[in-house]
Design a protein around this ligand. Structure first.
Ligand code: 5GP
Ligand code: MN
Length: 462
């Protein structure tokens, strides 16, 4: 039997109905491994950004693609599949129309209420928005009773270095479902699994295709929260209700984000600004869309909890989502600072503040991830910022310098944000949560060094 030498990883694959063998040096990065697999799958270099690679064991378990991947044998050959988000949206159009109409009819009441809240952010959206927003289950997702993930993937999901770009949307939904299961929340709150699947699908459908504030960002924030609470082991000290609040808050925290921030909403006097009187219009809207989904019977994962518990969950969730408004950053930092030297997790108010700090960390956490995972997020954020400032200029509204394509560079934006916002937030949290230094704060510092060097190089060229 062929065995790989100790410094080489050799993988036996089945790809496009043929057998392939690929190899790479053990020290390779995720990017390098992916490029070997992309070549094996005949993906042209022009398309590599649009595809997700999926590696599956013979028992159907998904295998994560990264440096931890070890050699297999011809008898344990993996299947390599190429999934294209672009091709997929075409395939979705071919869903049996009768099936869609039935599902839409069944969920009519709920669609109306969701789309009414959604219309606040998109007053000009046509009637099609209603169908797009129907939380019907994607047939490919519903047919599969359960995705199966390897133990290794389940552990990897608990790490802050998780690579979000490896997973297609349905897998991300299954990973979110796994978090509910793994933290014992399905059992504790008697959550109906079919309802949970519909809820998660409804969540995905109510994120817009913005460059940054999209469903992938929702997934990243949720996964980072999950990574932080496991890395710091605080997961063992939080109460089930805190975990549920954190999980649904992260999942819902940017729902129906229109791609333009609060400053734009207020300056342009949008419906959201008027309805919420200029007070965190976006965050109020995200929470309102979340609770619209949680009110509809088809997607209400909280239908089996007593009213008093529901009220407590709702209060905590609203508190968490409103805490993600960066206008509240200083206020929350100051409040938390008062308790760090003598922190008492049994005290409800202090625990509430800690939970707010955790969601705040998760919300702005891209730079905790390895550079090759984090850096594309900066491009996404700047694309959204630039589109906003272009529109503000066109509409004669005030523009913020950090969003202006004439004034911002990637390196400049990150040096400032990491140094003045991220590190102080994470260092303050680390006064209460253990184990943050090596796996969470060090990668942020490395990122700061990376962008400082980039800034020096670009400044040097001027
Ligand atoms: P949000 O709640 O909008 O997802 O995150 C809060 C805000 O923090 C973002 O809108 C953005 O202004 C800022 N932010 C989050 N991550 C980054 C980052 O990596 N770089 C910069 N420059 N700003 C960020
Ligand atoms: Mn966010």
């Amino acid at each position: 039997m062929a065995t790989a030498s100790s410094d080489i990883v050799r993988l036996y694959l089945r790809v496009h109905n043929r057998d392939e063998t690929v190899e790479w040096p053990k020290a390779s990065t995720t990017e390098e491994i992916k490029s070997v697999l992309l070549t094996a799958a005949d993906v042209p270099s022009t398309l590599t950004k649009d595809v997700v690679l999926k590696l599956t064991q013979q028992n159907g378990c998904l295998v994560s693609i990264g440096p931890k991947l070890t050699s297999n044998t011809p008898h344990t050959r993996y299947t390599l599949q190429v999934v294209s988000e672009k091709l997929k949206s075409g395939a979705e159009d071919s869903v049996n129309p009768d099936e869609l109409v039935n599902t839409v009819a069944k969920l009519k009441g709920q669609i109306d209420s969701v789309s009414q809240v959604a219309k606040l952010a998109h007053p000009h959206k046509g009637p099609n928005a209603m169908v797009r927003r129907a939380p019907n289950i994607d047939p490919r997702y519903a047919d599969r009773a359960k995705y199966v993930f390897t133990e290794e993937t389940k552990e990897y999901l608990k790490q802050c270095s998780f690579d979000n770009w490896q997973w297609e949307e349905n897998e991300a939904l299954a990973l979110l479902e796994l978090m509910f299961d793994d933290m014992g929340l399905i059992e504790e709150f008697k959550i109906d699994v079919a309802t949970l699947k519909r809820f998660l699908r409804g969540i995905k459908d109510n994120y817009n295709a913005n460059p940054f504030h999209n469903f992938k960002h929702c997934f990243c924030v949720t996964q980072m929260m999950y990574g932080i609470i496991h890395t710091t082991e605080i997961v063992h000290k939080l109460k089930p209700i805190d975990k549920l609040v954190l999980l649904i808050s992260c999942i819902g925290h940017d729902l129906d984000h229109p791609g333009y921030n609060n400053a734009y909403q207020i300056n342009a006097k949008t419906d959201l600004a008027i309805i919420y009187n200029d007070t965190s219009p976006l965050e109020n809207h995200h929470a309102a869309v979340l609770f619209t989904l949680l009110r509809a019977p088809e997607t209400n994962i909280l239908s089996n909890v007593p009213d008093a518990v529901f009220r407590e969950i709702r209060k905590g969730t609203i508190r968490c989502i409103l805490a993600t408004d960066m206008a509240k950053h200083g206020e929350i930092m100051t409040a938390f600072k008062k308790h760090v030297d003598n922190f008492n997790i049994e005290d409800q108010d202090q625990r509430n503040l800690l939970v707010q700090m955790i969601i705040k960390c998760a919300d702005i956490s891209n730079e905790v991830r390895p550079t090759e995972v984090a850096e594309p997020w900066v491009d996404c954020l700047l694309e959204e910022f630039f589109a906003q400032s272009d529109r503000e200029k066109a509409e004669g509204l005030p523009t913020a310098p950090f969003m202006d394509r004439e004034k911002v560079t990637k390196a400049g934006a990150q040096v400032g944000f990491i140094g003045f916002v991220m590190i102080p937030l994470y260092e303050l949290t680390a006064k209460v949560l253990p184990n943050m230094e090596a796996a969470i704060i060090q990668p942020i510092r490395q990122s700061l060094t990376y962008y400082k060097e980039m800034l020096e190089k670009t400044e040097g060229k001027k």
